[in-house]
Design a protein around this ligand. Structure first.
Ligand code: ADP
Ligand code: MG
Length: 332
C-alpha cells in the first residue's frame, strides 16, 4: 500500500477505477447545453486516496455520480476493475454497487429517520446477503459501529437522537459495512460544525491507513483535502486544471486557480502561506456559467495573469513535472 502514496500509482499496477475523458452535459432548454463535466480523466489506484477540489458548481458532484454509475455519461468511459461500468448487468452490477460506496454531504437528509441505526448500518448487509443469520448480522452491525467510534448501546436509537457528527459516523459505517473497495465521499464534513470536522477527518484518515480502501474525497476546501489525500485533482468549470501528489500540489501549486484557492484558505496553513508568497491572489468574482463557456481558458475571466492567448486558446492539460499536471499557458 505504501507504494501508492507517491501519487502516480505503483508501476504496472491496474488502477481500481479509471475515468476516461468523461463528459456529462445537460440539455437545459432553448437549445442550450450545460457542460457540468467536460472531458475529465483520472485514475484511482487500490489503497489510494484522491482529493477532488474546486468551488461550488465546478462539477465535482457530477463527477462522483458519473464514476458510481448513478448517471448516464454523455461521452467517455468509466472502468472499474477493468470493466466498463455502463455495460454491467445483473450480478456484476450488484457486485459493483456493493464495491463502490457513497457517503453523502448531509447526514440529516441521507439517513431514514424511521429506521434504527442498526437497520441503517445493516442496509447493505441485508441487500447483499452478507450475514448468515441474525447473530452474524448483529455482530457485523456492532463491528462497524465500533469502527466509526459509536457504541453497541447506540444501535437501537434513531438518527434524530444523534448529533451531526455522529450521524455522519453512521453514514460512514453504513458504507463500510459492505466492505467496499472504493468509497466516494462528497463534501462529507461540509455540513458539520467546524469543531466536529476534524474528528471526522481523523476517522477517515484511520480508515485510509487501516484498510486497503480507495477513496475519492470531494471538497471545496483544499486545506481539508491535504490531510486525507495522497493526490489532489483541482477542477474548474467541468475540466481538470491541475493534479499532483498532495505535497507537490501544496508546495508547488502551478495553476493560478489552485494558487487562488490556497490563498483563500481561511485557516492558517504553512503551505498555503508559501503559495500566497509564491504569487497566489485571493479569488475574486464567481464561477462563470457552464452554459456559456468562454472560448479560451475557462479561468481567464478571473485570472490576474491572463493574456490574450488565455482568452482565445484553451490550454491543454500537460505534465509540468513528474506526475504533476497543469492546464495553463503561463506555466513553463
Ligand atoms: P459541484 O459539486 O462542484 O458544486 P455540480 O456537479 O453539483 O458541482 O454541478 C456542476 C454544474 O452542473 C452546476 O452548474 C450545476 O448547476 C449543474 N447541474 C448539476 N446537476 C444538474 C442537472 N441535473 N441538470 C442541470 N444542471 C445540473
Ligand atoms: Mg457538489
Amino acid at each position: 500500500m505504501a507504494t501508492t502514496r507517491e501519487g502516480a500509482g505503483p508501476v504496472g499496477a491496474e488502477p481500481l477505477l479509471v475515468a476516461e475523458d468523461i463528459r456529462k452535459h445537460y440539455d437545459v432548454g432553448a437549445h442550450q447545453v450545460l457542460k457540468a463535466v467536460d472531458g475529465v480523466s483520472f485514475e484511482i489506484y487500490r489503497g489510494e486516496s484522491v482529493g477532488l477540489a474546486g468551488e461550488s458548481g465546478c462539477g465535482k458532484s457530477t463527477c462522483a455520480r458519473c464514476v458510481l454509475g448513478l448517471t448516464q455519461l454523455t461521452d467517455g468511459v468509466v472502468r472499474f476493475k477493468g470493466e466498463d461500468i455502463a455495460g454491467l448487468r445483473g450480478a456484476d452490477l450488484m457486485a459493483f454497487r456493493k464495491d463502490a460506496q457513497m457517503v453523502f454531504q448531509d447526514p440529516y437528509a441521507s439517513l431514514d429517520p424511521r429506521m434504527t441505526v442498526a437497520d441503517i448500518v445493516a442496509e447493505g448487509i441485508d441487500v447483499h446477503g452478507l450475514a448468515k443469520g441474525r447473530a452474524e448480522r448483529t455482530e457485523l452491525i456492532y463491528r462497524y459501529l465500533r469502527m466509526v467510534g459509536l457504541t453497541e448501546e447506540q444501535a437501537g436509537r434513531f438518527p434524530h437522537e444523534f448529533s451531526g457528527g455522529q450521524r455522519q459516523r453512521v453514514g460512514i459505517a453504513r458504507a463500510m459495512a459492505v466492505d467496499p473497495s472504493l468509497l466516494v465521499l462528497d463534501e462529507p464534513i461540509s455540513a458539520l460544525d467546524v469543531s466536529i470536522q476534524a474528528q471526522i477527518v481523523n476517522l477517515l484518515e484511520d480508515l485510509r491507513d487501516e484498510r486497503e480502501l480507495s477513496m475519492l474525497f470531494i471538497s471545496h476546501d483544499l486545506s481539508m483535502l491535504r490531510y486525507i489525500s495522497d493526490r489532489v485533482i483541482v477542477m474548474y468549470l467541468g475540466v481538470v486544471v491541475e493534479s499532483a501528489a498532495t505535497e507537490e500540489l501544496y508546495e508547488h501549486a502551478a495553476h493560478p486557480y489552485t494558487q487562488a484557492l490556497l490563498a483563500s484558505v481561511p485557516i492558517p496553513d504553512p503551505a498555503a502561506e508559501r503559495a500566497r508568497v509564491a504569487g497566489g491572489t485571493k479569488l475574486t468574482g464567481e464561477v462563470a456559467s457552464p452554459i456559456d463557456l468562454p472560448r479560451g481558458c475557462r479561468f481567464a475571466g478571473r485570472c490576474p495573469r491572463a493574456t490574450e492567448r488565455c482568452r482565445t486558446e484553451e490550454p491543454a492539460l500537460r505534465e509540468i513535472a513528474p506526475g504533476h499536471l497543469a492546464a495553463c499557458h503561463l506555466v513553463s
